[in-house]
Design a protein. Structure first.
Length: 344
């Protein structure tokens, strides 16, 4: 348990957006070592993924709690409302490997939950101003990454979706982002913008367009679960000409049933995040990092999924990750970054 203020899963996304905790100067134990994030030097390998950081105030809150890379929650080129509650539904399950169905939900959090937001976003003027303010207030040693996604319309071609990704990325870079993270994986939407990592030619086209739009600003690409090493290698080959880093893994999709035995979320899959995806995510990081090393490629791998202890961090680093990002653990235990530093 933690006495630090945290995201309130019982309240709406907008309520949490409007009620970010006040900054706490808790003091950060420094870590020995040389760490890199998308070509930047950082004081530690500890970062926060996009999910918990709804706006700049949330970014600054966690930047004072032991994290040196904070990722601004996914933004769009137009406003998008959040899905209705529940946005975070605890589930009971062991380690997942992909393909699981009808995971049982539960009332209490046991380390994993189904995430259902739908990638909401404020309008670009609002989030651009907020990013500028956040970067101006953030310690220069710490890095601000901004997650972006295209917002496909019913009659759009892939070319139009790529243009929207690029436009959104360009707006974020112009606002002062130290790095751009394109979200190529979101199991909570059924359109192709949430599944780009599964279609290599489409992913390559969008990545190329974003790279052209943002110039030398570091580009990270976040991808979902890939069950075998051959497919991981193919993805690396497709994206390495454009990306500075790949971020993995953005959850494992599964359907969820309620305590009454009925399917939740209208029977649609949701991304399972937290401790249940750690083993699969570490394996995927290892497959990607080994391929990068064997072929002398210039690409970082950033590990995400189920991290809540210093041993988990080191497990990812040993697998070849340059840095890591936490999400579920920071939402349930906001001072987890400080705890990891103290245990290092």
């Amino acid at each position: 348990m933690s006495n630090f203020p945290s995201y309130d899963a019982a309240k709406t996304y907008q309520w949490n957006y409007d009620h970010a905790p006040a900054i706490i100067d808790a003091g950060e134990p420094r870590l020995n070592g040389n760490w890199r994030f998308a070509g930047h030097s950082t004081p530690s390998p500890l970062g926060v993924a996009a999910g918990p950081l709804l706006n700049g105030d949330w970014c600054l809150y966690y930047a004072h709690l032991g994290f040196d890379v904070v990722t601004y929650k996914t933004v769009r080129s137009s406003m998008r409302a959040c899905y209705d509650l529940p946005n975070l539904q605890p589930v009971k399950c062991d380690q997942l490997s992909g393909g699981e169905q009808n995971l049982p939900s539960c009332m209490e959090m046991h380390g994993s939950w189904a995430v259902s937001y739908g990638m909401p976003s404020q309008d670009p003027v609002t989030w651009q101003d907020d990013i500028r303010r956040t970067r101006s207030l953030l310690n220069p040693e710490k890095k601000l990454s901004v997650s972006v996604v295209g917002s496909i319309q019913e009659d759009w071609t892939l070319d139009q979706l790529a243009d929207d990704y690029a436009h959104c990325a360009q707006l974020a870079a112009a606002a002062g982002a130290d790095a751009i993270e394109t979200n190529f994986s979101c199991p909570n939407v059924s359109t192709c913008d949430g599944q780009l990592f599964q279609n290599l030619s489409d992913a390559e086209q969008v990545a190329r367009r974003v790279r052209e739009a943002i110039g030398t600003t570091p580009l990270l690409i976040k991808v979902g679960h890939i069950p075998n090493s051959t497919e991981v290698h193919r993805l690396v080959e497709a994206l390495v000409p454009y990306a500075d880093a790949l971020v993995m893994t953005n959850s494992i999709a599964a359907t969820v049933i309620g305590t009454d035995g009925q399917q939740l979320f209208d029977g649609q899959p949701r991304g399972i995040c937290g401790s249940a995806i750690r083993d699969a995510s570490v394996r995927q990081v290892e497959h990607a990092a080994n391929y990068v090393a064997e072929n002398n490629l210039k690409l970082e791998i950033i590990g995400v999924g189920g991290i809540s202890t210093v041993d988990h961090v080191k497990q990812y680093l040993d697998a070849g990750a340059s840095t890591v990002q936490l999400a579920t653990a920071v939402m349930t235990t906001p001072d987890i970054g400080l705890r990891i530093r103290e245990q290092w």
